[in-house]
Design a protein around this ligand. Structure first.
Ligand SMILES: Nc1nc2c(c(=O)[nH]1)N[C@H]1C(S)=C(S)[C@@H](COP(=O)(O)OP(=O)(O)OC[C@H]3O[C@@H](n4cnc5c(=O)[nH]c(N)nc54)[C@H](O)[C@@H]3O)O[C@H]1N2
Ligand SMILES: Nc1nc2c(c(=O)[nH]1)N[C@H]1C(S)=C(S)[C@@H](COP(=O)(O)OP(=O)(O)OC[C@H]3O[C@@H](n4cnc5c(=O)[nH]c(N)nc54)[C@H](O)[C@@H]3O)O[C@H]1N2
Ligand SMILES: [Mo]
Length: 858
């Protein structure tokens, strides 16, 4: 590569959705081979406005249009801190007491240190283990964990590069990606309106529809100032201001005054976590008893409304779902529920979501997911101004009907440059939520559905098994490029147990930073960030301009790191499969292939693309005329049927009635299910005497899941970390003053949150921004075990999430809205009990660092 002795600026896509799709194109200034700064990208450097055709949204005498620079979130601006993090894995590592020819000591994973090995040794070792394990137990005995989010890389990953190699070796087991973000829509709403992914409905032209017709926006479990950041940048923030500016009222329904509510809410309605279903039923009750729902629409567009009404009115179970009944469950006064129901019925109302928050990712999430669609239906879903709007990921996965903003002529996609697994299943697969159960179980396990987004509704009725009956086998080796299961998934402590199972003979992790599951690996490969590689990327999420850009290599790889793709190439070489794996193509060839298949290659030559380094797709002519959202279904339900068995909105789900007629946890008509056979995570259950709080574990404001936890500039922010009396930066635990006082907890104290599954420490943030009875701690903080599998200092609360899935027949995640206890702790006492854990080295600002995990230091 060229020497960097002068200043140069590169375009880089700094979002975290992964796979070269995403947003947030940035300009990276490099001087003397070092990243100096990261700043917004200017769209109009090479193109004139008439070429880009910027869209204009005109409504109520005002105008909303894209800005000429990208709307970067803070995460992108600080990314040089991540590139030069003290946690970067400098060279390949091997666990000191893992001997492939002798004792493997699986019980010491997460305890023992690592030692330096060379790339040659590492690649050789992995190749040897793959051959040995596959020939002993069969090809499916290797589990690839190769999904999740990541840097927006195309050629170089970020996930799944190993799967193409494993395919060449005869097969593997894939960890099937759950519809993690939208479990309740997937397992529930899909049976009402038949669709997926994201269950958020047809999004076409909703920005325009809302601007023209909506009077009331319900931000229901939605924070447009936080979660759009990592994906779509700051357009959702601008949009929220625009909606207020043109006179639309915003009501926020959530347990916390989240960051969107703090600046945009006209009213905040605090609701207890995962009790939304009770409130939804009471709204339906109000409309039915007051005759304020759209009866004509229901008659022509819905199926099974009568059975639903019977349940709501109490004819089915003797309990009328009155606002008074709901108030005691959800904590919202009955007068507020009634007022909300009346205001909603009186005017065009749309519900806004990013993905739905914890009520869509908690126990029995299928129920509130379905109930929301029922409520939308009762007010004429698809009539002007009455829809469900997605505030994030605009243009998701290139689907035209996922574009609520003015449509571009093309949605580019550089997928042609990507090698590896993406939503097609090999012979054996395991849903992500069931990985620890599968590893720890001595019996075969079964579940329904592939759990993959985009699969037809009927797939949820098919039973699958691990080990797969036709040639499957148990897992004996794991190759992960997503080593954050413990801090991102369900029942992380159970995963720790699985990672220590003697059945698992070898764990290979490839990752840029020493974090989370890396601590439990046997071999670790150092991976570089996208700023150290050349690639190609697209932006189709920002809601500004869809664009595609070439990404130059900004700096040399840190240490001995390679990209995910190059790392797998090293192993492929040792297996004699290099030519086959690379298909004889160089990195430059793959970048070109990405461009050629992007959908824009007929608009400009590759040479011109490389010269300008980007291409802006113009806004499509006539975008204003595309029918908005569910308008076509509203206008002609027979001509535009939904993908449900009846083609209508099913208040009584025909598919569920046919396949699971007796499922108490997901009956044909949606129900309020506080607890049941699978879960007892409710304040109404006796278990709450022991664990009297419900936790919400939102998507982190200052991270993107497990990413970015060690960025010192972010960690200075008081809502990012709370400095304990011992100087350690703890993950904040929000608690209401009324709850804090009797527990003797003061702002800044170190507290422990706990349940039967373990405990996690945090730093108290005493505030009225959280409702009484509820604790809030963000998800995704780095694991820092005091006792691995039992107690954690880093604040990785997924360790104590339930490991049971959404419900008996729905293998979705439950990661928020569960029971915990809270207490103040004396850290000195804990230190005295576990001196070895506290002997680890800490960076004063970045926290736990890699040095303590390498024998003799880095
Ligand atoms: N408590 C709680 N838990 C939740 C949720 C919640 O609301 N609350 N939400 C859930 C949701 S919606 C989701 S989507 C999941 C997210 O879970 P994941 O998608 O699994 O999490 P991420 O941290 O985004 O990314 C996965 C890993 O990829 C790594 N990575 C990034 N880029 C690269 C790369 O180029 N190469 C390699 N090898 N690795 C890379 C990151 O460092 C991280 O370790 O979490 C779920 N878990
Ligand atoms: N900064 C940042 N941005 C991200 C991500 C990230 O990790 N960090 N992750 C990305 C991903 S993969 C996804 S899926 C999306 C997720 O987007 P969302 O699903 O919208 O995110 P959450 O933070 O889980 O929830 C949003 C809000 O729901 C409210 N809430 C929590 N529990 C309840 C409840 O029980 N009932 C009600 N009514 N409200 C509740 C809280 O106020 C919370 O702020 O965000 C994406 N963007
Ligand atoms: Mo997600």
């Amino acid at each position: 590569m060229k020497s960097h002795n002068q200043e140069k600026t590169y375009i880089k896509g700094l979002g975290w959705c992964g796979f070269g799709i995403g947003s947030n194109s940035a300009e990276v200034d490099v001087k003397d081979g070092k990243i100096v700064r990261i700043r917004p990208f200017r769209f109009d450097k090479e193109y004139k406005p008439e070429e880009m055709k910027p869209w204009k949204l005109k409504a109520r005498g005002k105008v909303f249009e894209p800005t000429m620079k990208s709307l970067l979130p803070p995460f992108s601006m600080v990314y040089k801190k991540r590139v030069y993090s003290p946690n970067r894995i400098p060279y390949p590592l091997k666990r000191v007491d893992w001997d492939p020819d002798g004792e493997r000591n699986p019980q010491n994973r997460g305890l023992s240190q690592f030692e330096r090995i060379s790339w040659d040794e590492a690649a050789e070792l992995i190749a040897k283990e793959l051959k040995r394990v596959q020939s002993t137990y069969g090809p499916c005995s290797v589990l690839a964990q190769a999904d999740g989010h990541g840097e927006t890389k195309s050629v170089h990953g970020p996930h799944g590069c190993q799967t193409a190699l494993l395919e060449l070796l005869g097969g593997y087991t894939i960890q099937a990606r759950n519809p993690d973000s939208w479990e309740g829509w997937y397992w529930g709403a899909k049976h009402v309106w038949g669709q997926d992914p994201v269950g958020q409905g047809t999004q076409t032209n909703l920005w325009k529809d809302i601007s023209d017709h909506t009077n009331l926006l319900l931000f229901w479990g939605c924070d447009p100032e936080t979660t759009p950041w990592g994906w779509s940048g700051q357009q959702a923030s601008r949009l929220s201001y625009w909606f207020t500016e043109i006179g639309i009222k915003s009501i926020y329904i959530c347990p916390d005054v989240n960051y969107g509510a703090a600046v945009h809410a006209d009213k905040w309605i605090p609701v207890k976590p995962n009790t939304d279903a009770a409130m939804q039923l009471a709204i339906a009750y109000t409309w039915i008893t007051e005759g304020t729902y759209d009866q004509a629409y229901i008659a022509t567009h819905a199926h099974g409304f009568d059975q639903f009404a019977d349940y709501v009115l109490g004819k089915e179970d003797g309990i009328p779902k009155t606002p008074k009944w709901a108030a005691e469950i959800c904590g919202v006064p009955s007068r507020t529920i009634k007022a909300l129901a009346r205001e909603w019925a009186a005017q065009a109302t749309t519900i806004a979501h990013c993905n739905g928050g914890s009520y869509i990712r908690s126990t029995y999430a299928s129920e509130p997911g379905r109930l929301e669609v029922c409520l939308l239906a009762m007010q004429g879903l698809g009539k002007p101004g009455r829809n469900q709007l997605k505030m994030i990921e605009w243009g998701l996965f290139s689907m035209e009907n996922q574009v609520p903003h003015p449509r571009s002529e093309v949605i580019p996609n550089t997928g042609g440059a990507y090698q590896g697994w993406f939503f097609t299943l090999p012979k054996q697969f395991i849903p992500k939520t069931l990985i620890p159960t599968a590893i720890l179980s001595d019996e075969p396990i079964t579940w329904y559905g592939t759990t993959l987004a985009g699969f037809p509704r009927e797939d949820q009725f098919i039973k699958y098994q691990y080990p797969a009956p036709d040639g499957g086998s148990e897992i004996h080796m794991i190759w992960t490029d997503t080593p954050c299961w413990t801090t991102c998934w369900t029942g992380g402590n159970k995963m720790i147990q699985a990672l220590r199972s003697p059945k698992v003979e070898c764990v290979v992790a490839q990752h840029p930073w020493m974090e989370n599951d890396c601590l439990f690996a046997d071999i670790i490969l150092p991976i570089n960030t996208k700023l150290e590689e050349e690639d190609i990327s697209v932006d189709m999420f920002s809601g500004q301009f869809n664009h595609i850009f070439y990404e130059g290599q900004c700096v040399e790889p840190v240490g001995e790191s390679k990209s995910d793709y190059e790392a797998v190439c090293e192993v492929a070489k040792r297996l004699g499969l290099y030519e086959q794996y690379t298909k004889g193509k160089s990195i430059a060839d793959w970048i070109k292939a990405g461009f050629e298949q992007s959908g824009v290659a007929d608009r400009l030559s590759y040479e011109e693309f490389r010269k300008k380094e980007y291409y802006i797709v113009p806004t499509a002519d006539g975008w204003e005329d595309d029918p908005a959202g569910f308008a076509p279904f509203n206008e002609d339900p027979e001509g535009n049927p939904l993908q449900t068995p009846t083609g209508k909105l099913e208040f009584y789900s025909m598919g569920l009635a046919e396949y699971f007629p007796h499922d108490q946890e997901r009956p044909p008509v949606p129900h309020w299910i506080p607890f049941g056979e699978t879960h007892q995570e409710s304040l109404l259950h006796p278990k709450s005497a022991k664990y009297p709080f419900l936790i919400i574990s939102n998507h982190p404001r200052w991270r993107v899941h497990a990413n970015l936890d060690d960025v010192t500039w972010l960690r200075e922010i008081p809502t990012c970390k709370v400095k304990g009396p011992d100087g350690y930066l703890y993950e904040p635990v929000w608690i209401h003053p009324l709850d804090a006082k009797p527990l003797g907890i003061q702002d800044g104290d170190i507290v422990r949150i706990f349940n039967d599954r373990g405990s996690v420490l945090g730093g108290a943030y005493v505030t009225e921004r959280i409702m009484p009875g509820v604790i809030y701690q963000d998800h995704g903080a780095r694991l820092d075990p005091i006792v691995a599998g039992k107690m954690d200092r880093g604040g990785a609360n997924n360790l104590i999430c339930p490991s049971e899935t959404t419900s008996k027949n729905c293998s979705g995640e439950v990661t928020s809205g569960f029971l915990i206890g809270v207490e103040k702790v004396d850290i000195e006492e804990i230190k005295a009990q576990h001196p070895a854990s506290f002997a680890r080295e800490y960076h004063p600002d970045a926290g736990l660092i890699i040095d303590s995990w390498i024998k003799g230091g880095k």
